[in-house]
Write a protein of this length. Structure first.
Length: 610
């Protein structure tokens, strides 16, 4: 009788699995600025090694492509080489017997089309432009280019006030971003090669919590110039802050009772406590920025009037209106836009949802804010209705997890089809069409109807969170170019036909994150300063700690904890808990100081040898 054995992985397989995971971490932590041609070579060699070698296109063809790319990198190729590479890649794509051969050749072909300039640079000039601008990954990926290694090191030394001063050089909302920044800086953190990315946002929160009140730097000597800023959101206030520091007198025009824009009237208190938002707003106002409340552009004041009163005008009105579903019954009682719903809550106009069923359409961060707010207002049942999968939602994973923990129901792959309204004109529910995933387009799975009957979802309140629009009517009437709902400017934020008028932030780029609005404001403030005849530079007198030479041994990442879901869902108090000082020092010590070691010291940050 044969004896059966329990299958267990061999040592070689375990080692290979570890190597795959190591490779995955290294790819994840690949910084911006890598040579795409060299990246193509590395991927091609990896694919070539994994083919079975039975068919000629893979065995011979991929080897030839690899030979051509090496010639490009070694300066031995000509422009004719690129044409031969393109023909070879197409030939392999058409004749390879397996997906590995096809995908490898397709990757090379896409590169020849997509970043041909990089190939040409290697052939004609024998160099790669990327290597001349190798950035520190976290700084490069931060839209505002905040000196992240610098303030992480300062937090590690317990110099919290200095950390806030350093952050404010490029971002006047350190406290706000410590709570709600989408932290794109963490995506390519080189610490991923060791274990996990640094908790950069968490350390910013530590600096804000432990620093206390930190006064802004002194303003430059007055220039006598006056600038009007339309909109008191993060973009408008950031631009006002920097222009005021440069010595220009800034007046912000805000149509709502308080400053902050979507930070105050769009992001719920449990995510961003408004007393903490006030810390950033008060610091900006301390520079001398003046504010006029309750004035709406096009209604209470016009662009033409402002142009006569001020030396420059900046439009930063954000994206404060909602997008429509385009379904009959959308104007019925009980159908609300997420923007208006959250704004009412921000203005303390509380809506009693006790015992009611609420459905929210959308899968972004705004929809998560809406469902979690509805739950806190007493709703009996709250559902997210989204036409794609959870994996396709644009909301941050932490926001989705937080909503699920608080009892929110996710109804995915359901596309809104019709709104059901009763005889009194009040919404009763919504019909949705079941969807299924389909062909992948632009790296994302598309969807199509399954052919099943529509599903009925009853609801007393229907909240629409499918995007935001920009109020552009007055600007169009004033001669400012508007295209597809956005204000169209030059790259500097200026207009060809209207000297002295600038625009920036969401109204020019479309709805984006807070840090992107801040980054755009910083750029347009510098361009306004130049338009006014100056060239001020914002700096801060903070000495960065020297980098330590100790080994960075593998160490787990410290994540921010949250209040228990059963407790936090009953109020609007902050959800996240800050790190302790001990945790913060440990987390800061994990930073590899890419700004000091390796290429960062030459190209990326404060110190430079050029």
């Amino acid at each position: 009788m044969s004896r059966l054995e329990i299958a267990s992985p061999k040592r070689a397989k375990i080692v290979m699995e570890g190597l795959y995971k190591d490779l995955e971490r290294r790819i994840e932590s690949s910084p911006p600025g890598l040579c795409p041609v060299d990246l193509s070579r590395a991927f091609l060699e990896l694919c070539h090694a994994q083919t079975c070698g039975k068919c000629v296109p893979c065995r011979i063809g991929l080897g030839q492509l690899n030979h051509f790319i090496k010639d490009v990198l070694d300066g031995k190729a000509t422009m004719e080489t690129l044409d031969i590479m393109e023909q070879t890649a197409l030939s392999i794509m058409e004749s390879a017997d397996c997906a590995i051969g096809y995908e490898a050749a397709n990757m090379v072909y896409k590169g020849l089309i997509g970043y041909r300039d990089d190939y040409v640079e290697h052939i004609k000039n024998g160099r790669c432009t990327c290597t001349y601008n190798q950035p520190v990954p976290c700084v490069s990926l931060c839209p505002a280019h905040v000196d992240i290694p610098g303030y992480v090191a300062l937090v590690g030394e317990g110099r919290y006030a200095d950390a806030i001063r350093l952050i404010r050089k490029d971002n006047p909302f350190p406290t706000t971003c410590g709570f709600i920044c989408e932290h794109p800086c963490e995506a390519r953190c080189r610490r991923n090669m060791v274990d996990d990315s640094i908790n950069i946002r968490g350390l910013k929160r530590v600096a804000a919590d432990f620093a206390g009140e930190v006064d802004p730097p002194a303003c430059a000597k007055s220039t006598g110039k006056k600038v009007a800023v339309l909109g008191g959101g993060p973009g408008g206030l950031s631009a006002a802050y920097y222009l005021q520091l440069m010595g220009h007198q800034v007046t912000v025009y805000e149509m709502l009772p308080k400053l902050g824009g979507m930070l105050r009237y769009g992001i719920p208190n449990y995510r961003l406590p408004k007393d903490r938002l006030e810390e950033d707003v008060n610091s900006i106002l301390k520079t001398g920025v003046q504010v006029k409340y309750g004035l709406k552009i096009g209604q209470d004041i016009t662009i033409q009037e402002l142009r006569k009163q001020y030396d420059a005008v900046l439009i930063t009105i954000g994206a404060s209106t909602d997008k429509k579903l385009g379904l009959e019954g959308e104007d019925a009682d009980g159908v609300l836009s997420a923007v208006q719903f959250l704004r009412n809550v921000g203005k303390n106009e509380i809506m009693d949802l006790s015992g009611k069923e609420v459905a929210v359409i959308g899968g972004g961060n705004v929809s998560m804010d809406a469902v979690r707010t509805a739950k806190r207002l007493g709703a009996k049942k709250v559902s997210i209705v989204y036409r794609r999968r959870v994996a396709d939602m644009t909301a941050l994973p932490g926001e989705i997890d937080g909503a699920v923990a608080e009892g929110i129901e996710l109804q995915t792959l359901k596309a809104p089809a019709a709104i059901d309204v009763n005889e009194e004109g009040h919404v009763k529910g919504i019909y949705v069409t079941p969807q299924m995933v389909s062909a992948i387009r632009d790296g994302r799975a598309s969807i199509k109807p399954t052919g099943e009957e529509d599903v009925y979802i009853p609801c007393d309140v229907l909240i629409v969170a499918i995007g935001q629009n920009i109020e552009t009517r007055h600007f169009e009437e004033s001669g400012i170019p508007v295209e597809r709902g956005k204000i169209v400017t030059k790259s500097s934020g200026a207009f060809e036909n209207m000297p002295g008028v600038f625009a920036g932030g969401d109204c020019a780029s479309g709805p984006a994150s807070v840090i992107k609005a801040i980054a755009a404001a910083k750029v347009v403030a510098a361009n306004i300063d130049e338009y006014l005849g100056y060239h001020h530079e914002i700096s801060c007198d903070v000495e960065i700690p020297e980098a330590h030479l100790e080994d960075r041994t593998p160490c787990g990442r410290v994540n921010l904890t949250e209040r228990e879901a059963c407790e936090r869902v009953c109020d609007f108090e902050g959800v996240e808990n800050c790190m302790t000082e001990k945790e913060a020092k440990q987390e800061a010590s994990r930073c590899l100081r890419c700004d000091h070691f390796g290429y960062g010291i030459f190209k990326g940050g404060r110190e430079t040898l050029w």
